[in-house]
Design a protein around this ligand. Structure first.
Ligand SMILES: [Mg+2]
Length: 382
């Protein structure tokens, strides 16, 4: 079998799908994207074509190493997201050829169902309590929300109090009937992370995500020493080489590699195993589409330390399309009591509605991250 073609489709809300075709008619789908830089990743995917067309899709390990190493320059969000989508599509092809779901090819299930959580509130969270009420009716009991809006490197007691009061209200409304993580989203710099963590500790969040930016990861150990809240990060780390430094530095309780940003299934299985060796839990990042989510689930179902799966149903970014709009086998993604079942169809287990994808790609929006400004006019982390 030989790879014959790669086709990319940018689609609403801010996703990109990749179809890899073979000379035997088997096709695989992947989701290579960086939110807000879809066109850049698309160019990178097409540059990889030269390494792929004419090659045997079964040799995923060799093709991965070729894409990673043969370009000399490597790593980072663009190149590793391009590799990630190709890798997902190659696993999809392999599974379809073997007639097995990807988790079987990775050694089989380590659990029967996977716990997932729901985003609640948007970028500027307001009526979170009503949203949680609604989502609880759908079976969710675990949530994630943004912790703050813009926050200066040194900011006011009023801003800290506003962030803490919102969390206090949620605990007061629901007690211990729900659990939640709080995403600092890289908006908080080191000087404010410490007081915020200290004030939030009493509300026992499951974790605080990106307590400081990934490029400040040497602070994670110091922050972890100052709080009992488990610290999580990883969506802005792109390979086991990035994660290696974070594991060695210590401080994280949970790593959150993104299956569409960190080299795909091949790389994230390795990152998960590295995490297990450091007694660190896994919670793959996935505010993306159905193929990325399927890739996450196959890794979760073979990784002992996988504790939570993010997913994008109803997320504030999904303007113009929802998680399952491009999926035919929607029943396989049914959420039961806040859990997903294994995707048991051959390959990734996503039957892509290709006609819907093609139609959507004809009017794909160019989604961009908002640009926020502080009161003094300087750019703020979003
Ligand atoms: Mg995040």
């Amino acid at each position: 079998m030989k790879i014959t073609n790669l086709t990319t489709y940018r689609v609403a809300p801010r996703w990109m799908f990749l179809k890899i075709e073979t000379d035997e008619g088997v096709t695989g789908w992947g989701e290579p994207v960086i939110e807000g830089r879809a066109r850049t990743v698309e160019a990178a995917v097409h540059e990889l074509k030269a390494y792929l067309v004419g090659q045997d899709p079964a040799r995923i390990n060799d093709l991965w190493q070729t894409m990673y190493r043969a370009g000399f320059y490597r790593g980072g969000p663009i190149l590793m997201s391009a590799i990630a989508g190709v890798d997902q599509a190659l696993w999809d092809i392999k599974g379809k050829v073997m007639g097995q779901p990807v988790y079987e090819l990775l050694g089989g299930l380590v659990r029967d169902r996977m716990k997932m959580y729901s985003w609640v509130g948007g970028d500027r969270p307001a009526d979170i309590i009503a949203s949680i009420e609604l989502l609880r009716k759908g079976g969710f009991d675990t949530f994630k929300m943004n912790g703050t809006e813009e926050l200066g490197m040194i900011d006011s007691a009023a801003k800290v109090d506003a962030a803490v009061e919102r969390i206090a209200e949620i605990r007061a409304a629901f007690g211990k009937k729900i659990e939640f993580g709080i995403d600092f989203h890289g908006r908080v710099a080191g000087p404010m992370a410490k007081p915020l963590l200290r004030e939030l500790e009493q509300y026992r969040p499951l974790f605080v995500e990106e307590p400081v930016l990934a490029e400040q990861s040497e602070q994670y150990r110091r922050l972890a020493d100052s709080t009992s809240i488990p610290l999580a990060a990883g969506e802005r780390m792109y390979s086991r080489f990035d994660f290696k430094r974070v594991f060695e530095g210590g401080g994280l309780a949970i790593v959150q590699p993104d299956l569409s940003h960190a080299g795909g299934i091949t790389e994230c299985v390795r990152i998960a195993a590295m995490a297990e060796a450091y007694d660190v839990a896994l919670a793959p990042h996935c505010p993306l589409g159905p193929i990325a989510l399927a890739a996450c689930l196959h890794v979760d179902f073979v990784s002992y330390n996988a504790v939570l799966q993010e997913q994008s149903m109803g997320i504030h970014y999904n303007q113009g399309a929802e998680l399952l709009d491009y999926v035919k086998n929607r029943e396989d993604f049914k959420v039961i009591d806040g859990y997903f079942k294994p995707l048991s169809k051959p390959g990734l287990g996503v039957e892509v509605d290709e006609q819907a994808v093609i139609a959507a790609s004809e009017s794909a929006p160019d989604w961009r991250n908002p640009v926020w400004r502080h009161a003094d006019g300087s750019v703020a982390e979003w």
